[in-house]
Design a protein around this ligand. Structure first.
Ligand SMILES: [Zn+2]
Ligand SMILES: [Zn+2]
Ligand SMILES: [Zn+2]
Ligand SMILES: [Zn+2]
Length: 521
């Protein structure tokens, strides 16, 4: 597997000892290569589902653009009138019980010392959430944090640099915080947070709503990137990051995960990685013009009657490259394709993404020029699937057949793409399997009630339920890897409940089928 991510040189031996000292059974080591820098590698064969690493965070805190969260327990505040910390007079908290929680302890002291008068200004209105995690890094000084790569040279004078200057450095200094640290030192911490943070789901409030947080993990930070991941990441108790093998991994393979999203096209992923992680990915997926035979970047051949796909001949240089049809002689200039794709992006931005009709119309329009699996088409598919899910829930017990069929069709079109781009143990695959099974079960129920078909209806319906059983079983198997508090774990329970019902239906229909067979004789 080819992976590319630059890493800074650093105290390799020390981290190696720490990493392996935590748990002797840990099946990975830190290796080093000229193009990858330091990265995690399997030192023995690892089986799918096996735990590779359990990593406690060095620091956790709000995202740059967060809704108000309690700085003690990280639950969303705002449902009730928030409590202002009586010690620092600044932090919003759920209540006095969160004042002494460790997450807020040291920053509370720093805030109290620095903010005698202007305290309420810091987290007023939309808040200055972006400065909280950098502040935590300085007041807590977590061991090993400051050695992480920040790509300061690449960030200098970039949009991210100016944003940090405006939202972090100036805000902190204007409030008398971190006065001993010059801008450069704070910029470095903002850089290493942007490059190394993992997204973490915060704990839910009483309505089940939670805010997305970010955290730094000392050992997982060495996982290299690949657009084809071989790991499954989940957050356990106390924000522990649990890394499992998402496929069988051979000794010597790099332990990798996808820093971006699976259903983004090559150009989109590479741009994100360049802008946020400061490297150019050249993994197997990025260098394959068909994106592992999914055609996530391909267009439809514009020649009438040709059903070919127009593919970028050099995906690492899509604008300079020629795009060629895989069935006829037709070619397009990269610059022409780019103009077209900019237009597509514009339409996606302008369309009302909450309007089913508008999204269906746009999908039909784009289908004339884009491959059915193009990332833009999949984006619409996912949005529509979500809206149809809600419509189905609102319908009550009798859902129109057409609605169920459309939902089934959309989700079924996603599955082959996900199966090619995600490893076997995939959260996205688990969710999609459930999303396919759910309307399929409802359609089987409708078919059973209507009894319109011939004597073979029992066989037909039973076979449909058998397919539902396979989907639900696999969905639950995948989602049961999620920590018990995750919404996906709840979905696993729902899938298991539906599975039970489906198995009862199959047993009942098997009896009917046997009866029909006896009658035939
Ligand atoms: Zn709280
Ligand atoms: Zn406080
Ligand atoms: Zn890649
Ligand atoms: Zn063609």
């Amino acid at each position: 597997m080819s992976v590319t991510t630059p890493r800074s040189p650093g105290p390799q031996r020390k981290v190696l000892e720490e990493l392996c000292g935590v748990d002797a059974s840990c099946p990975v080591r830190i290796a080093r290569s000229p193009e990858l820098g330091r990265f995690l590698v399997a030192f023995r064969d690892i089986s799918e589902g096996e735990v590779i690493l359990k990593d406690a965070p060095l620091v956790v805190g709000p995202q740059a653009e967060s809704a108000p969260v309690c700085l003690g327990c990280h639950r969303p505040v705002g449902l009730h009138e928030p409590h202002v910390c009586s010690n620092c007079g600044c932090a919003l908290l759920c209540g006095p019980q969160c004042e002494a929680l460790p997450a807020h302890e040291k920053e509370c002291q720093a805030l109290r010392n620095a903010l005698p008068n202007s305290a309420p200004l810091l987290l007023k209105d939309d808040g200055n959430w972006q400065c909280i995690l950098p502040l935590r890094c300085f007041v807590n000084q977590p061991k090993g944090l400051f050695q992480l790569e920040a790509h300061l040279d690449a960030r200098k004078e970039s949009g991210a640099w100016f944003e940090c200057e405006r939202n972090v450095v100036k805000v902190l200094h204007n409030h008398g915080l971190l006065m001993n640290y010059p801008e450069q030192a704070i910029q470095k911490v903002c850089g290493l947070l942007d490059v190394n943070c993992f997204e973490v789901r915060g704990p839910p409030d009483e309505t089940g709503r939670s805010e997305s947080l970010r955290g730094i993990y000392p050992n997982a930070a060495f996982m290299a990137h690949s657009c084809f991941s071989n790991t499954h990441l989940a957050i356990g108790p106390e924000y522990t990051l649990i890394v499992k093998a998402a496929a069988n991994i051979a000794a010597g393979d790099a332990i990798v995960f996808n820093y971006t999203d699976t259903l983004i096209s090559t150009a989109g992923r590479r741009e994100r990685l360049r802008n946020s992680k400061y490297f150019s990915c050249e993994c197997t997926r990025c260098t394959d013009p068909t994106e592992l035979d999914t055609h996530l970047s391909s267009l439809r051949c514009p020649d009438q009657g040709c059903l070919g796909s127009v593919i970028c001949t050099n995906p690492l240089r899509p604008i300079e490259a020629t795009w060629a049809c895989d069935k006829c002689e037709k070619t397009l200039d990269g610059s022409v394709v780019r103009t077209g794709l900019v237009g597509v992006q514009k339409e996606l931005l302008e369309v009302d993404q909450t309007n089913v009709e508008a999204m269906e119309t746009l999908m039909a329009k784009l289908a004339r020029s884009l491959h059915p699996n193009h990332a833009a088409m999949l984006e619409i598919t996912q949005a529509l699937s979500g809206m149809y899910r809600e419509q189905i829930m609102d319908e009550g017990p009798i859902v129109p057949t057409g609605l169920l069929k459309r939902k089934l069709e959309l989700c079924s079109s996603l599955l082959p793409v996900i199966e090619k781009l995600e490893p076997p143990l995939s959260r996205l695959r688990g969710i999609t399997l459930y999303e396919i099974a759910s309307p399929m079960v409802a359609l089987a129920k409708q078919k059973k009630i209507s009894k319109v078909s011939s004597a073979t209806w029992a066989v037909e319906v039973r076979d449909q339920y058998v397919r539902c059983e396979e989907l639900l079983r696999e969905s639950a198997r995948l989602l049961l890897h999620e920590p018990p508090t995750a919404p996906e774990a709840h979905l696993a329970k729902v899938a298991l409940m539906e599975l039970k019902g489906v198995r009862q239906e199959i047993a009942e229909l098997n009896k009917k089928c046997a009866k029909i067979a006896r009658k035939k004789k």
